[in-house]
Design a protein around this ligand. Structure first.
Ligand code: PLP
Length: 355
C-alpha cells in the first residue's frame, strides 16, 4: 500500500494541493525563475508586495516583511529591534533560530523556565531596570506539541510593560477557529505585538518566512534587518504557492478542521491503546517512549510496516525523554490514521513498550 509519511510539517497537505502547484507553475512562467537580487535593489515584484499584504491581512496586523526563511526572520529581528539598554526574556525551550537570533543582539538576556509564569514574572521584575522588554516564545513548541500560555504571558507583559513576540511556525494556518494561530486560539490577537512564521510548513511547505506586526516595526526591519538586506528575495514560484495557500485558508477553514479531527482520532486511539502522547490537541503527537534505543528500533520497525516516523533522542530532546514524533496532516485519511495506530500497537507490543 506504499509508505505513509507521518513525520512532515505538511499539516494541511497544501504542498501537494493541485491549486497550490498550479499557482506555483503559473507564477514561475509569468515572473521568471528568480530575481538575482536582494529586495531593495531589483528584487521586488508586485507578487512580493501582494504576499506581504496578504500575510498582514491573514494575521490582522498592519504590515509584513518576507524573508528567505523563518530562520532568517528570527535571525534578523532581535538585533534590529533591541539595544544594549533593552532586555529580552526567552523561554528556555525556544527554537534554535530564536536562540541564535537573540545571541546576535546586544540586549540583556533572560531565560525563563519552560512555560513557567512565576519564573517569567520574577525575570520581568528584574528586567524593569531596562528601557524596553520583549518576551519571546514559540506559540507551539515543536518537540512536545505543547502550547505557550499566551493569555498569562500577555497579562504579565501588560503588567510589566513588555512587548510579546511569538514564533508561529507550528501554528500558522491551523490553530484557532480560523487558523490564524496561537494568538487566535487563546484570544490574544490584539495583545501579541510581533509574529514570526514560516511558509515552509503548513503554507505550502516550500520555503520562506516573515515578520508581521506594527508598521513602524516592519519599516525598521526593511532598513536594518541583515538577512532581509543581504540575502536574495524569495523566488516567484515559492511566492505563488504561498499566496495560493493563504487564499485557500482565507476562503474556508475546512482543511484545518479536517486535520483537527484526524489529530483527535490519532490521539484518542493511541491513548486507548496504552501509549502516552505529549502535548495538547496539536498535530504534533509525540509518542513518549523514554529510551533512545527503543525509539530508534520502533521507528525502523514502523518503516518496515509502511509508516514513516522518526525517533528523537538526546541531544534533540532531554535524556530519558526519547520519543517518536508523529505529525498528522489533513491529507491523511481516517484509514491512514488507523493503519498507523495498528502498526504502533503491533510494534509497541513486540518491543515491550506496551504490555
Ligand atoms: N521556528 C520554529 C519553531 C521552527 O520549527 C522552524 C523550523 O524548523 C523555524 C523557526 C525555521 O523555519 P524555516 O524552515 O522557515 O527556516
Amino acid at each position: 500500500a506504499g509508505i505513509l509519511n507521518f513525520c512532515a510539517n505538511n499539516y494541511l497537505g497544501l504542498s501537494s494541493h493541485p491549486e497550490v502547484i498550479r499557482a506555483g507553475v503559473e507564477t514561475l512562467e509569468q515572473f521568471g525563475a528568480g530575481l538575482s537580487s536582494v529586495r531593495f535593489i531589483c528584487g521586488t515584484q508586485s507578487i512580493h508586495k501582494d504576499l506581504e499584504e496578504k500575510i498582514s491581512c491573514f494575521h490582522q496586523r498592519e504590515d509584513a516583511i518576507l524573508y528567505a526563511s523563518c530562520f532568517d526572520a528570527n535571525a534578523g529581528i532581535f538585533e534590529a529591534l533591541l539595544t544594549p539598554e533593552d532586555a529580552v526574556l526567552s523561554d528556555e525551550l525556544n527554537h534554535a533560530s530564536i536562540i541564535d537570533g537573540i545571541r546576535l543582539c546586544k540586549a540583556n538576556k533572560y531565560r525563563y523556565k519552560h512555560m513557567d509564569m512565576q519564573d517569567l514574572e520574577a525575570k520581568l521584575q528584574d528586567a524593569q531596570k531596562h528601557r524596553l522588554r520583549l518576551v519571546a516564545t514559540d506559540g507551539a513548541f515543536s518537540m512536545d506539541g505543547d502550547i505557550a500560555p499566551l493569555k498569562e504571558i500577555c497579562r504579565l507583559a501588560e503588567k510589566y510593560e513588555a512587548l510579546v513576540f511569538i514564533d508561529e511556525c507550528h501554528a500558522t494556518g491551523f490553530l484557532g477557529p480560523n487558523g490564524r494561530g496561537t494568538d487566535e486560539l487563546l484570544g490574544v490577537m490584539d495583545k501579541v505585538t510581533i509574529i514570526n512564521s514560516t511558509l515552509g510548513k503548513a503554507l505550502g511547505g516550500a520555503a520562506g518566512g516573515y515578520t508581521t506586526g506594527p508598521k513602524p516595526l516592519i519599516d525598521l526591519l526593511r532598513q536594518r534587518s541583515r538577512p532581509y538586506l543581504f540575502s536574495n528575495s524569495l523566488p516567484p514560484a515559492v511566492v505563488g504557492c504561498a499566496s495560493k495557500a493563504l487564499d485557500l485558508l482565507m476562503e474556508s477553514n475546512a482543511i484545518a478542521q479536517s486535520m483537527a479531527a484526524k489529530t483527535q482520532r490519532f490521539r484518542s486511539k493511541m491513548t486507548a491503546a496504552g501509549f502516552t502522547i505529549s502535548g495538547q490537541d496539536h498535530p504534533i503527537c509525540p509518542v513518549m517512549l523514554g529510551d533512545a534505543r527503543l525509539a530508534a528500533v520502533m521507528a525502523d520497525d514502523m518503516l518496515s510496516r509502511g509508516i514513516y516516523v522518526i525517533g528523537f533522542s538526546y541531544p534533540v530532546v532531554p535524556k530519558g525523554k526519547a520519543r517518536i514524533r508523529v505529525q498528522i496532516s489533513a491529507v491523511h485519511s481516517d484509514e491512514d490514521i488507523d493503519r498507523c495506530v495498528e502498526a504502533f500497537t503491533e510494534v509497541g507490543r513486540k518491543h515491550g513498550a506496551l504490555p
